[in-house]
Design a protein around this ligand. Structure first.
Ligand code: HSE
Length: 308
């Protein structure tokens, strides 16, 4: 096998109440990565498409190639690899764009080399890509992009990632207003100290959301998508956020929130039709405020990154 092409999906990090500890994967959008074996013993970036020239061309500084370099060092391989990156997601969108690229690169090269590491073993390398991209090695995008489904990061040290069940039919509407919010900046505005009353409410919601997923209770899932810690600060970056929440609710969403660090918003819905109606209504509302937006509707992606 000389080359492999991988699709790595967008992800919704935080999922409301779970800042840095909850994430889910969707089927679209996503990035594509082609990796090929070369004879020159180096990791090179052959092509980067769809980034408007914004990503670093230096393989040590580009997220995808740098995680592949660390991975090859770890497994003790001197194999040369050429990487082509096809960016199909916007930057600073809250869709886990950098995570998808890093995961796609790792899955592709691991496959080329006969899968010496499991998906879970690839996680720490993908997390280092997040550190390079935004200064923090959170796992709530890379874990669902690698493993698929809905995941909980119980602990970062030691890393303990738990895959959660997803009730049948659960569907996600994603609406991306065409503004850019760099993750690093969106992390810097969050309070580092929070009142105990907020913490109590938040961990009640995280526990209840996990319970709702296990019991397949859509109403419980919906009312647990409440974030009293991060959303009240970050929502100021998203035009008309409170109105968007109301519109999602009126159109039948179970729950609504900011996807990752935004500006994409997400709504979990009981079925695809409702998710489609919610997405359309949110796009219309943004258009009324002169904000262009793109939407996607997807079931929860149980597979994560896949070979094409
Ligand atoms: N948990 C991270 C954050 C995800 O909210 O900053 C970034 O996509």
């Amino acid at each position: 096998m000389k080359s492999v092409r991988v699709f790595a999906p967008a992800t919704v990090a935080n999922v409301g109440c779970g800042y840095d500890v909850l994430g889910l994967a969707v089927y679209r959008p996503g990035d594509e990565i082609l990796a090929r074996l070369t004879g020159n013993g180096k990791v090179s970036l052959d092509l980067v498409e769809g980034d408007e020239g914004r990503l670093p061309a230096d393989p040590e500084k580009n997220t995808v190639s740098s995680v592949v370099i660390r991975y090859l060092e770890f497994i003790g391989s001197k194999q040369g690899v050429g990487i082509s990156l096809y960016k199909k997601m916007p930057f600073g969108s809250g869709l886990g764009s950098s995570a998808a690229s890093a995961v796609g690169g790792l899955v592709a090269v691991n496959e080329l080399l006969g899968n010496p590491l499991s998906r879970r073993e690839l996680l720490p390398f993908a997390m280092e890509g997040e550190r390079l991209a935004c200064g923090n090695a959170h796992a709530d995008n890379v874990a669902p992009a690698l493993l698929g489904g809905f995941v909980l990061i119980r602990s970062y040290d030691p890393l303990d990632v738990i895959s959660l069940p997803v009730p049948d039919g659960l569907c996600c509407a994603l609406v991306y207003p065409h503004i850019e919010i760099p993750t690093m900046a969106a992390r810097q505005i969050i309070r580092q100290n929070i009142p105990m009353t907020d913490a109590i409410r938040q961990w009640g919601n995280v526990g209840a959301l996990v319970s709702g997923l296990y019991s397949g209770d859509p109403e419980l899932i919906g009312r647990s998508l409440e974030d009293v810690i991060v959303e009240p600060v970050r929502k100021m970056l998203i035009p008309g956020f409170d109105r968007l929440r109301d519109i999602a609710s009126v159109n039948g969403a179970l729950g609504f929130g900011i996807s990752g660090s935004g500006p994409t918003v997400f709504a979990l819905c009981g079925n695809k039709n409702t998710a489609g109606a919610v997405a359309d209504a949110l796009v219309d509302e943004l258009a009324g405020n002169k904000v262009d937006a793109t939407s996607w509707v997807s079931e929860i992606n149980g597979r994560g990154a896949v070979l094409l």
